[in-house]
Design a protein around this ligand. Sequence first.
Ligand SMILES: Nc1ncnc2c1ncn2[C@@H]1O[C@H](COP(=O)(O)OP(=O)(O)O)[C@@H](O)[C@H]1O
Ligand SMILES: [Mg+2]
Length: 284
Amino acid sequence: MCLTPPAGFLQSVLVNTTEAASVAEPTHSARIVAVANQKGGVGKSTTTINLGASLAFQGERVLLVDLDPQGNTSSGLGIDRSTIELSTYEVLVDDVGIDDAIEPTSVRDLFIVPATIELAGAEIELVSMFSRETRLGSALKAVADDYSFVLIDCPPSLGLLTVNGLAAAHEVMIPIQCEYYALEGVSQLMRNIQLVQHNLNPQLEVEGVILTMFDGRTTLSADVVAQVREHFGDTTYRTVIPRTVRLSEAPSYGEPIEAFDPMSRGAIAYRELAREFRRRHGRA
Ligand SMILES: Nc1ncnc2c1ncn2[C@@H]1O[C@H](COP(=O)(O)OP(=O)(O)O)[C@@H](O)[C@H]1O
Ligand SMILES: [Mg+2]
């Protein structure tokens, strides 16, 4: 199934919007961060799970919102799809209160609104709905006071689900994989972030760029790091996430790396990323 909308879809959504009055208000106590990059496989879900868990281990109360129909963040935290009754889909499409869709995880202080494949339909169903771009933001207002951070795992596309994520957020975090064509698509993502800023959410800012799957044995990885740092400057996190097998194994055990193998390089990296993230937010 192709979840990627045709080129120009987002632009047409935003140009046709009539929601100028429903711009997100900065009344939340939680800092809401969308983890976004329309490229698949760059580490969005891995970063959402493991940054979220490390923040919780460091004393923050964290809510994850799985906004990807593939549900990797949900399954990676051990949520059994067959037992999910209420999910992001019902919150967005059926006006179910988000409180009723939140589930605890095996990590204390880490909670999740899970996703199922049904969410793929929301991309289309939302098109004709009232306030279609701001439904997630409105829903989150009900629980923002209960958390210090909300991390939204966006799908690998630039359709209405991602627009909902960006419209709900104060900040965007962009994972970039240390691979060939690392920056491919990033300028399109930046243009779309600007469109959301202008049309829906003027407070939105790029919080950080996080380099993932770094392989110290290749000069390619080092080249990508240099290139991204040159392009994004200090927006780039100092912490770089290494490519490690343990990080790719942890989801099949339904655990974040911090619980699965706390001494591993991946756990150390995400712990350090969480510290750096908290420092950037004046909390460490
Ligand atoms: N640092 C890493 N080292 C090794 N494998 C990783 C790492 N980060 C992610 N992966 C694996 O790469 C794949 C894509 O990562 P994922 O986080 O699902 O990307 P996205 O959410 O952007 O599609 C997954 O199989 C994941 O387990
Ligand atoms: Mg993902």
